[in-house]
Design a protein around this ligand. Structure first.
Ligand code: OOB
Length: 553
């Protein structure tokens, strides 16, 4: 497939002979589960809809046949952008069966992001929910279509579509399998991409991440074991289902591979999560650290019986050790930390690790086939044991290149195929890694990653902005929020409100990327080579926020 970097032959052979790559497609593995656990419950939504394994399998097959019938062909790209309704899972599974590659967008994305993915991947279809929380996704899709004529099909779930669009609900009702044979579903090559994930926070414009059947199947089969999933598992997902954490770490596919049940919630608020934990006797809860803080500090926490909860799987941003320490005594369950990346690297603490490891580290690689180095980013040599350096990773579920990004790939991967994560870590004496920061220029807002350069480009388009620097400021709940330093143009005025209106209405970017503070300055501090010194800016805003916090008592 053009634009995809395969693993070198010798590595592929190694991963295959070690049994990591099993040469099955994701759908084949899922189909085994749909048959094996047919009468068990696979999925329950917060809205009360329930699906057995057999239902989910049959609906995915039906929709896959419809996708083929509509003219979608293997390796065509389909943007998947739905809220956490069951159709997001069904459409995902259906696309895989049809050999159509889903691009895993977030429902928070807007025209700027969706348009970018559509163009970069030359997507032929987009599957959205109907209007959701006041936003009209079909209208957005239509706008994206005007600039992307190859984007022929808009598929809509959860209501009546507008004229010219296709109804997923109607397709799910229509037994096309009586008219089309299963042999119409293409056999796919397990060595080629199945899914395109979005990069969390790389430097620069967002990237698409090709995950193959072989690597992505191994990804979830391996961590389903590490997380102890089985037929009794009830797993709560309230983060976006399209996110790698929710779909494959172990997420939906990990749970389905083991015969468990996923509770899919469209409400990420701590109280809604606690309610579902109590109601469905949830055993595994997937949460970013802000969700854990929200549950711990919730005034109604004791109202909910959460005794079924065995473990909270948490990652996406750093879990503060003080918060980690409160989980067992106050929520009554274990915590399993994961340092995960859509590019594939996954580091987990294990449930039987000493407490020091569980609470104070982000774990060690999930697979014996994983290799990592911690290097000095300047000299690119290994740091001394225990010193901070950049984490470089290579392994059977770690990509060798971004999709259609040769220039960036030359910088982001070493010649030996290590992915340069941009995360700064140190090796704990127990052999686990501890995240200490990052060198990539992005903001991690409660697990949601934002590329600084991407937003800066939009801000620079504002007529009152001469220059800008978008940096992280510390925040007790979200970990970080975005602050923008702006040098205004002469004689023009700008404030946070007008800037954000511009970003939403003119630039049409996702709301979570909006700066939450604006600082006007005459000049930026510079590094010795004359670049904007973002480290100094981050320090400036951190000190200011701290002073304000002290002043307000
Ligand atoms: C997950 O994946 P992405 O691709 O959205 O974000 C990756 C980045 C990492 O490079 C790191 O900077 C940060 O998110 N991160 C963490 C972390 N887990 C991820 N930083 C500190 N502590 C952690 N535990 O975020 C993701 C993918 C799969 C599972 C879980 C999270």
């Amino acid at each position: 497939m053009e634009g995809f970097t395969p693993w070198p032959m010798d590595f592929a052979e190694k991963y295959r002979s070690a049994g990591y790559w099993i040469d099955q497609t994701i759908s084949e593995v899922m189909d085994e589960s749909f048959a094996k656990y047919a009468s068990r419950t696979a999925l329950i939504t917060s809205g009360g809809r329930e699906f057995k394994y057999s239902d989910l399998g049959n609906l995915a097959t039906r929709l896959a046949l419809h996708l083929v019938n509509l003219g979608l062909r293997p390796y065509d790209r389909l943007i998947l952008q739905m809220p956490n309704i069951p159709e997001v899972a069904i459409t995902y599974l259906a696309a895989l069966k049809a050999g159509v590659i889903p691009i895993m967008a977030l429902f928070a994305h807007r025209e700027a992001e969706i348009g970018f993915f559509a163009e970069l991947a030359e997507a032929r279809a987009i599957a959205v929910g109907t209007a959701w929380r006041g936003f009209d996704y079909e209208e957005m899709a239509a706008n994206v279509q005007t600039k992307n004529p190859q984007l022929k099909m808009v598929l809509v779930a959860g209501g009546e579509p507008k004229k010219g669009n296709y109804s997923i609900d109607a397709m799910l009702q229509d037994p096309i399998e009586k008219r089309m044979g299963l042999n119409e579903l293409p056999r796919q090559d397990p060595n080629l991409p199945a899914v395109l994930l979005l990069s969390g926070g790389t430097t620069g414009i967002p990237k698409l991440i090709p995950r193959t059947h072989n690597d992505y199947t191994y990804n979830f089969l391996c961590n389903a074991d590490i997380c102890g999933l089985n037929e009794n598992t009830v797993s709560l997902v309230a983060i976006p289902q399209e996110h790698n954490f929710a779909v494959a770490c172990p997420g939906l596919k990990g749970v389905l591979s083991k015969g468990g049940c996923e509770i899919l919630s469209d409400n990420p608020s701590p109280e809604a999560m606690m309610e579902l934990i109590a109601k469905h006797h949830v055993t595994h809860c997937i949460a970013v650290p802000t969700m854990i803080v929200g549950m711990l500090n919730h005034p109604n926490r004791r109202k909910y019986d959460m005794s079924s909860l065995e473990v909270i799987l948490t990652g996406g941003s750093k879990l503060n050790p003080e918060v980690a320490l409160r989980i067992k005594p106050e929520l009554g369950c274990d915590v399993q930390q994961v340092l995960g990346m859509a590019e594939g690297p996954l580091y987990w603490t294990r449930r039987d690790d000493p407490l020091e490891v569980q609470l104070h580290t982000q774990g060690r690689p999930q697979s014996p086939g994983d290799e990592f180095r911690i290097v000095d980013p300047v000299t690119e040599t290994d740091v001394q044991q225990g010193e901070v350096g950049e984490l470089w990773c290579r392994g059977p579920h770690i990509i060798r290149g971004y999709y259609r990004a040769p220039d960036h790939n030359a910088k982001a991967f070493t010649e030996e195929g290590f992915y340069k994560s941009g995360d700064l870590v140190r090796l704990h004496h127990t052999g686990n890694v501890v995240v200490e920061g990052r060198i990539k220029d992005c903001i991690n807002r409660g697990g949601e990653k934002i590329s600084a350069e991407e937003v800066e480009d939009h801000i620079l388009a504002h007529p009152a902005v001469a220059n800008c620097a978008y940096v992280a400021m510390p925040d007790p709940l979200m970990g970080e929020r975005a602050c923008v330093y702006v040098i205004p143009r002469h004689d023009s005025s700008i404030n946070l409100k007008t800037l954000n209106e511009f970003l939403l209405q003119e630039r049409k970017i996702a709301k979570f990327k909006l700066p939450e503070r604006l600082e006007l300055v005459d000049a930026f501090p510079l590094t010795p080579v004359g670049k904007v010194n973002k480290k100094a800016l981050r320090q400036m805003i951190a000190e200011r926020v701290e002073l304000e916090r002290q002043a307000s008592g």
